[in-house]
Ligand binder design. Sequence first.
Ligand code: NCD
Length: 357
Amino acid sequence: MKHFIEVSDFSKEEIISLIEVGQDIMQNPAKYGDAMKGRLLATLFYEPSTRTRFSFEAAMLRLGGQVIGFSEAQNSSVAKGESVKDTIRTVACYADIAVMRHYLEGAPKLASVYSDIPVVNAGDGGHQHPTQTITDLLTIQMEKGRLTNLNVVLCGDLKNGRTVHSLVKALSKFENNTFYFVSPKELKIPDYIKNHIKDSLFFEMESLEDALPMADVLYMTRIQRERFADPEQYEKLKDSCVLTKHKMILAKSDMIVMHPLPRVNEISEDVDSDPRAVYFPQAKYGMFVRMALILKLVSEKENSAENHEEHRHELYSSCSNPKCVSNHEKLEKVGFGLLDKENHVYACEYCDTYYAV
Ligand code: NCD
């Protein structure tokens, strides 16, 4: 059974097909109006959300299905101390597919291991957000007409911004994309992402003005206050990357500005009326591509024989990342995948934290 925990769960062809189905749904919504009739989607949101949860719920309802779930874990048995493992085993008794957002890195992955229904990662801590990525890819395809040969400037909190991590992994599957990572040095893109895209061209910079003239796509992100251990550090960095109408003069006339939203103040409101600003259409595309995702996962589960894949590689006892789900649930072992044979680098199966041994 397939889950969607990170973008590499799908091949490039599967991602292209999702985008094509999303486009077809946009053009022929009536064709899909009953496709999920009689099926239930469960939304398990342990962290706040507007677009992701509403777009999943709207997606399922527009496919003729129904929705159950919680948007505040404190209203569920989580408040009584229930583990992620037990919650998903219970939800799988009622629903056909589950969408989980969690503040712990790797929680949806852990849920998928114990689930009899497809699990979708709707954002896990500062780690990954693959369904925002398929939203972003559909947006780029619609607005730029291609997913290749792009200069992509990513700006803001690249350390904690999970949407950036998943998007970069996905765009590196497509030919000839170049990445410009713009952030203060305290918020640089993690090493495991750089390792993942080592065959692509990328640059790390601190000035948005320097990168802007190159951009075909500018992807802005907010500084993620909730991921900072030190509030003073947040105050120091919160205004480090701000896009203004004035700076837009530096950009190409056919560049697009994207943002997963919510915006805090990293894009001034006077940019909203610029035709290059596509962050609100981007939110709308998200619903269509999530409809395509639900269709794919539910129909593949119903049409395929069960297979239990074994993902684990080398086994150690624990992960050193305090935000990793493996340090918050009772687990016997944590798997570490071998990333780099030569340098003996391993990564935690849940949160991708690096280990060189
Ligand atoms: C993002 C998220 O939750 O990671 N929002 C979203 O899903 N559209 C971005 C963010 O919170 O900054």
